[in-house]
Design a binder for this molecule. Structure first.
Ligand code: NAD
Length: 583
């Protein structure tokens, strides 16, 4: 069967897997841990070996192979790169999402390489590790595909800084296979013979676990949480019971290279090893490879979001029409361009867009800018805004409409084309920007308040449309010093309200970590709280003939208005079901 080259770029997963303390301990025993490294084997203060990561999601690799339609009889684990974002808790549920990054052709008699990448999250919401691996598919070469680039790797000429000797048990694979890889090659002597081996062989990932223990023992003893990255190439098979040694060279602070060899033959079993370790804050929220579009990012809050997202690795589309705070003027490219220059100066990636969010064409073009420059969109912050304050009698239709056009229609115009891409890729984070004026009211701002609260309605329904696709839609009500609030806010508050105080909430809601959708947060001066629409428990009011009249309402208004035991509903159906239940 021919390889499925169309699978390149396709999603694999999500896969979920529950694991208990016992699984983490069984794995540790399977890779040779014992009283020497009791912290991985004893439930009291149990720590989990970082290499448990790949063992725990081992079966997902087969799903990549099936998707790429490789000949399963010919696959071998080629290279494995693990990037650890947070320590692995002793138990929980893992969710893994991946994609096939590429399929290379090594030639007809040499085989093909399938490159896969996946991210695994824990049920506590934290991203635990990224796995990048290659499957060497011996029987699938010669499809005239792209050739893989050769990677250079050199070990230092000097003697290793550390040598860790170990000796897997003759029955080691029988213990290791209980962690999930039950392929008969590692247990069944007949099967092993038929496959050309004297007897069952060690699992490559079992030797990998021995190597991981060796690295930890010399570089970060009893501190597996300091492991940052473990990369290697599987190069030879090993029989159980044969002694091994792991050679380790420290090459710079927090970085070592390593290999594991067969002590009897000197053969490299695992080579080209890299190990990174140190005190990197593991909870750091990063946006590497994420593409963010921020409207109205030439000044104020939007600019602050753009700078921080870029600093944390996102590629940014800085949109700004460049008009005055009330939307007047011809527009100008300089605010957006200045923010792009600022991002580039610090090594970030950004492009400018000067479209007006108030038109559907403008919205489409903003998203097209992201696609042309970076190929996708992951994050959209609907932030562009103007003010045209007047009390209602003085408010002309033009003042009313222009504010609705920018805030409400503007958010629709940009969200619609962005949502299409997010839905296709199965990931997205969207932020709406509301205001306390809309949530609670503000004299002289009926246009602005109406537009801003309408965005909450937009979010409420959009969150439901995004649920299936991991598209989270949340709303922020900022309070910040900007040209919009200059002269409106008391000077004392203005000076203490840098946009930087709002930014962390927006960044969190834009991150992979964000567990919520459909929430509204107030954010300003470092204070954050959630606002919500709550519904009181109400009263069933029946008149004489069963239907209440106005007088009955007057009589019961206190109970009807009460917010005692108020509830928050996630969607219309929940509220209607409650109503029906009450009736
Ligand atoms: P700001 O005026 O500094 O930023 C708004 C940006 O949007 C400007 O750069 C402007 O050029 C751009 N813009 C306006 N119309 C546009 C359009 N049609 N197309 C593209 N870009 C356009 O103001 P800010 O305070 O940073 O406001 C950001 C958002 O936060 C706004 O939606 C605002 O309503 C909201 N908000 C701000 C506060 C606050 O205290 N600053 C309070 C509540 C809500």
């Amino acid at each position: 069967m021919a390889l499925n080259l169309k699978s390149i770029g396709e999603k694999v997963g999500p896969f979920t897997k529950e694991y208990k303390q016992k699984d983490a301990i069984l794995y540790a025993l399977g890779v040779g841990a014992g009283f020497r490294d009791l912290e991985y084997c004893y439930e009291k203060n149990l720590k989990v070996l970082p290499s448990f990561s790949i063992a725990s999601i081992f079966d997902t690799m087969a799903k990549f192979a099936i998707k790429a339609r490789v000949n399963l009889a010919g696959i071998l684990h080629g290279e494995q790169d693990l990037i650890f974002h947070n320590p692995i808790p002793p138990e929980g549920t893992l969710t893994t999402n991946g994609q096939i990054d590429n399929i290379y052709d090594k030639g007809k008699d040499k085989g093909a390489l399938v490159i896969g990448k996946s991210d695994t999250f824990h049920s506590n919401g934290k991203k635990l590790f990224t796995s990048i691996f290659s499957l060497f598919c011996r029987l699938d070469g010669g499809f005239s595909g792209e050739k893989s680039l050769k990677t250079e790797f050199e070990f230092p000429k000097r003697k290793p800084d550390f040598i860790v000797e170990d000796k897997p048990l003759t029955g080691q694979p029988l213990l290791y296979r209980l962690s999930g890889d039950i392929f008969p090659l590692h247990a069944d002597p007949k099967f092993a013979k038929a496959s050309g081996f004297e007897k069952p062989i060690m699992h490559g990932l079992c030797t990998h676990g021995f190597a991981c223990r060796a690295l930890l023992s010399q570089l970060i003893p009893s501190e597996p949480e300091k492991a940052i990255r473990m990369k290697c190439r599987f190069s030879n098979t090993l029989y159980p019971g044969v002694p091994i040694k792991t050679l380790i060279w420290k090459i710079e602070k927090g970085k070592a290279v390593w290999k594991t060899i067969n002590q009897e033959t000197g053969e490299e079993i695992i080579t080209n090893g890299l190990f990174e370790y140190g005190d990197i804050p593991k909870d750091e929220i990063l946006f590497d490879d994420r593409v963010a579009v921020i409207t109205g990012a030439g000044t104020g809050l939007g600019r602050t979001y753009a700078l921080e997202l870029a600093k944390r690795g996102a590629k940014i589309v800085v949109n700004d029409y460049g008009g005055a705070f009330d939307g007047s003027g011809k527009g100008s490219s300089s605010p957006a361009q200045m923010v792009v220059d600022e991002i580039k100066k610090t090594g970030g990636q950004a492009v400018a867009n000067y479209d007006n969010v108030a038109s559907p064409e403008g919205g489409k073009n903003i998203i097209k800018t992201a696609l042309d420059a970076f190929g996708t969109i992951d994050i959209l912050i609907n932030n562009a805004g103007i003010l045209r304050d007047k009390s209602i009698v003085k408010m002309e239709p033009e003042q009313w409409q222009s504010v609705l056009n920018v805030h409400l229609s503007g958010s629709y115009n940009v969200t619609r084309p962005a949502f299409k891409i997010m839905k296709e890729k199965g990931y997205g984070r969207i932020i709406m920007t509301t205001s306390a004026a809309g949530l609670y009211g503000n004299f002289g701002q009926t246009n602005y308040s109406a537009a801003k609260l309408a965005l909450v309605g937009l979010m409420n329904s959009l969150k439901l449309e995004g649920l299936k696709y991991d598209i989270k839609v949340n709303t922020v009500a900022p309070l910040a010093a900007s040209r919009m609030t200059e002269g409106v806010m008391p000077t004392e508050i203005f000076e203490k309200s840098k946009p930087e105080y709002v930014m962390p909430m927006v960044l969190y809601l834009c991150s992979e970590l964000c567990p919520v959708t459909g929430n509204i947060y107030n954010a300003g001066m470092g204070f954050f709280n959630r606002a919500a629409v709550c519904t009181g428990s109400g009263a069933l009011v029946k008149g004489k003939d069963g239907i209440a009249n106005a007088e009955d309402i007057a009589h019961r208004i206190k109970q009807i208005s009460s917010l005692k035991k108020a509830k928050e509903y996630f969607q219309l159906n929940d509220q209607v079901m409650d109503l029906i239940k009450n009736v």
